[in-house]
Structures are given as C-alpha cells and as structure tokens.
Design a protein around this ligand. Sequence first.
Ligand code: NAP
Length: 290
Amino acid sequence: MITFLLLLLLLLLPLFLYIAAPQIRKILSRGVCTSTVQLPGKVAVVTGANTGIGKETAKELAQRGARVYLACRDVLKGELVAKEIQTMTGNKQVLVRKLDLADTKSIRAFAKGFLAEEKHLHILINNAGVMMCPYTKTVDGFEMHMGVNHLGHFLLTHLLLEKLKESAPSRIVNVSSLAHHLGRIHFHDLQGEKFYNAGLAYCHSKLANILFTQELSRRLKGSGITAYSVHPGTVKSELVRHSPFMKWMWWLFSFFIKTPQQGAQTSLYCAITEGLEVLSGHHFRKPSSN
Ligand SMILES: NC(=O)c1ccc[n+]([C@@H]2O[C@H](COP(=O)([O-])OP(=O)(O)OC[C@H]3O[C@@H](n4cnc5c(N)ncnc54)[C@H](OP(=O)(O)O)[C@@H]3O)[C@@H](O)[C@H]2O)c1
C-alpha cells in the first residue's frame, strides 16, 4: 500500500509542479516595478539591448515615452528588435547604434557619435554581459569577462559622464549578479593568465560591477547623478550560451526561472523610481528598497 502511494505521489509530482509552476515563478520573481513614472523627453542608453533582459528593459523605457538607444554589437539584430519595440509601444524613437564592449575603439566611436547627436542622457543602463566564455581576450588584451562586463562599461560610463552631469538628475544602473559573492579582484592576475576558471571569471567581473557602482556613487555625490547595481534574478536568456551544462540546467528549471520581462524589473526600478537618490551606491536584488 505504501509503495503504491509513493508511486502515485511520484507520478503526480510532475503534474503538480507543471500546474503550480506559474505561481512558483511569480513567488520567485519577487515583484514588479510599480512606478507610474512616464519618460517623455528623457533619453536612455541600454547596452546589450538586442535580447534578454536588455531588450525588455529597453521596451519598458520606450513604453514610457523615452528616446531609447539600443547599444548593440550586432546592428542587424538590434534593428529587428528596434522595429519590434516600435510596433509594440508605438514609440518611434527607438534607435540602434553599434557598440562592441570588447573593443575600446568601438566604445569610443559609440560615445563620440552619441555625444554629437544627443543633447541629453538621463538613464544609462550598463546591461550587456557575457558568462562562462572559454578563455579569450578583448581586442585590447583584457580577459573577456572583465573586459566586456566591467572595463567596457567603465570606459563607456566615463565617456558619457559629462552628458549625464549636464542632464541631471540622471541615473546609472549597472547590471551585476548574485554571482558577485564568489568574486575576488586578483590584482596580481587581472587578466586570468596564471589561473582561469570561466565561472569564477564571470563572478569576478560582477563583483567589479558592484565596486564600480559604489565608488561612482561616492565620487558623484552632489553631481545629480546617482548609481545603482542590480541582481536581476535567475532569468531565462541567452547568457548561458557558452555552457552546455548551464543550458541544460536552465532548460530543466525553465518553469521556475524568471522571464526576461520579469528580469528587467529591478533595472527599471532603479532607473526610474522617484526618490531613490538617497540610496545611490546600493545593490538591489528586487524592485523594492527594503
Ligand atoms: N540571465 C540571468 O540569469 C542573469 C543573472 C544575473 C545577472 N545577469 C546579467 O544580466 C545582464 C543581461 O544578461 P542576459 O541574461 O539578458 O543575457 P543575454 O540574453 O545573453 O544578453 C546579453 C547581451 O549582452 C550583449 N553583449 C555580449 N557581449 C557584448 C559585447 N562585446 N559588446 C556589446 N554587447 C555585448 C549580447 O549581444 P549579442 O546578442 O550580440 O551576443 C546581448 O545583447 C548581464 O550583465 C548578466 O550578467 C543575468
């Protein structure tokens, strides 16, 4: 009898999980950005906006009326997404510009073009990222995770800082990760030439995002620019593309992990919520300040 009951339980468990999955995902997704702020006349840049969390963040900003620059390394992919966002939101001011964060020449060219064509920049979302790449270097010889996830955004932010100041109040959101807890900054081996582990390299770069945010916020005190770092949650996206194991895990748990739209909520919260200035430098794990 007990064996029968156990077997029945085992058979019913997947069915239960399937039915309960949307509810469980809702609980795990920890809320939405409830701000009603509209953004006409505001200008935003979102890096890595052609897919995943960046695409959804850009869509939400466009929905609220901002002029949104999709800063993408693949302009064709970006154009398709820009059209999709324009159609969905009715906002035609969704623009694509080339930005390869693995190449400082491309970052400088993006910034030069942007500064020449735009009078303002109110929201900069440093979202693009790579995870668990095999050992590679950027064009300038930086280890890929540190180069793209941190140094590329560091340079981009630096180049756009005056424009952000002139447009104050303005905000910078750095998309980090819970993985930063395993990160360390190995100053003696920043490029991972002595020791390299793809997973840890990601963690180190995500820690750098948080340290960068804290220092930015300290240096920018009183300037009208505030900075925040976020963990978007565990989100179904293309981030796992370099790891067959992570791809499998994402697939296995896909019912429970966040959609990119849910993953965009914390970035959005930090970018637009009124009254968040006093929390500049903080790290957010959900779209709420408590
Ligand atoms: N997904 C998660 O569970 C999770 C968890 C914690 C933190 N995050 C963070 O969330 C952010 C967004 O990730 P996602 O999950 O949306 O991943 P995704 O779907 O892989 O999107 C990453 C974006 O970054 C772009 N990118 C990669 N290398 C670039 C480069 N050299 N120059 C410019 N753009 C580049 C990609 O462009 P291409 O399409 O051209 O490659 C893509 O648009 C990342 O910073 C990630 O670390 C994600």
